[in-house]
Design a protein around this ligand. Structure first.
Ligand code: 5GP
Ligand code: MN
Length: 332
């Protein structure tokens, strides 16, 4: 099925319902939340009711998104899943990515999935998964505006542009395709403000977060064998700066700049025997999703993540060992 055909099937499923439960993945990012708020605004314009929930609270950097304050955080009322006409999961490569929302999604009479991961486990009665899309927001724009005829207001354009900006690394990665740029032009014409979006989403942070970044940068190391630049933030770092694990989001991008490295990884000790690893590759010839999958995580070629159930020293050892095996450039 072509992208247009599967999006038309999603549009038909949305058109035939009146009330929806919608969610996105745990620790939602700019594409996840841009897509979710776009869905809320779009379906509400069509006179429908959307109950949006995420397992984790949207980080402060996303508070500028219209409708963000109407996303419920945590579990929805227990009977909501069975009371709606359909449930919708956005930007979820697999059903597990919805976290605790999963059981509410599967309780709905119909489950719809829209996603752009190519490494996932597709799910849903009606779904559109297109790994060629720059972002889930790109699919949502085609779905809502081009197929369902929702007017492109400034608010909707802001949500959709935020998703594109986030997932293309501010239009700097290989998924910044001609389609993504064409969409951006339409969204800016509709009133979205790219400068304000980038400032709010990427160029604004509390002082403790800047200091957390400082610690990660200061401690950066490069593993010569794999070319992985890596750093660690310990529980002490987070505690002494009154920072939370989500404050480490995005720091890995600053580690990726090291000349001669193939990829970067930031290890955050979130619990005594639990380390979150965030990874970014420097080029399409290095696939960090493979490295993440080695530890049961996943993602895209250029951006991936996983959790390693081990204390930091052990997590670093395991990560470097796996990096030496999986980060070789080029086809296997
Ligand atoms: P981040 O480094 O920003 O946390 O994650 C980068 C990308 O990797 C996300 O957009 C997501 O696609 C993927 N990702 C991160 N953590 C996980 C994980 O634990 N499991 C899976 N399957 N994907 C992940
Ligand atoms: Mn995405």
């Amino acid at each position: 099925m072509s992208r247009r055909e599967c999006l038309e099937a999603v549009a038909a499923a949305l058109s035939s319902g009146q009330t929806f439960l919608a969610t996105t993945h745990v620790r939602p990012d700019g594409d996840a939340l841009g897509s979710l708020t776009a869905l809320m605004l779009g379906l509400e314009t069509l006179g429908k009711t959307v109950h949006a929930y995420t397992e984790d609270a949207p980080a402060a950097m996303y508070h500028f998104l219209p409708a963000i304050g109407r996303i419920g955080v945590g579990p929805p009322p227990p009977d909501l899943g069975s009371a709606v006409d359909a449930a919708i999961a956005l930007d979820c490569a697999s059903l597990d990515r919805a976290g605790a929302l999963r059981k509410h999604l599967v309780a709905a009479p119909r489950l719809i999935s829209v996603d752009h991961h190519s490494d996932g486990v597709p799910f849903g009665d009606v779904r559109c998964t297109d790994g060629d899309a720059s972002s889930t927001a790109e699919l949502m724009m085609e779905l809502l505006v081009d197929i369902m005829g929702v007017g492109l207001t400034m608010e909707l354009a802001t949500c959709l542009l935020a998703g594109h900006v986030f997932d293309t690394g501010r239009f700097s990665q290989s998924n910044a395709t001609p389609t993504a740029f064409r969409n951006a032009a339409r969204l800016v014409e509709a009133g979205a403000d790219p400068e304000a979006i980038v400032r709010d989403m990427h160029d604004t942070m509390p002082l403790h977060r800047l200091r957390l970044k400082g610690r990660a940068l200061e401690r950066a190391e490069i593993d010569e064998t794999s070319g992985l630049t890596w750093s660690l933030l310990s529980r002490d770092d987070f505690a002494s700066l009154s920072a939370r694990p989500e404050d480490a989001e995005g720091i890995v991008v600053d580690l990726r700049v090291v000349a001669g490295s193939s990829a970067a990884a930031l290890i955050s000790e979130v619990k005594p025997r639990e380390c979150r690893v965030s990874m970014r590759s420097r080029g399409d010839d290095v696939d960090v999703a493979r490295l993440a999958m080695h530890f049961g995580g996943g993602g895209h070629t250029r951006a991936a993540g996983c959790t390693i159930e081990a204390p930091p020293d052990e997590a670093i050892r395991l990560l470097l060992q796996a990096a030496r095996e999986h980060l070789a450039a080029g086809p296997e």
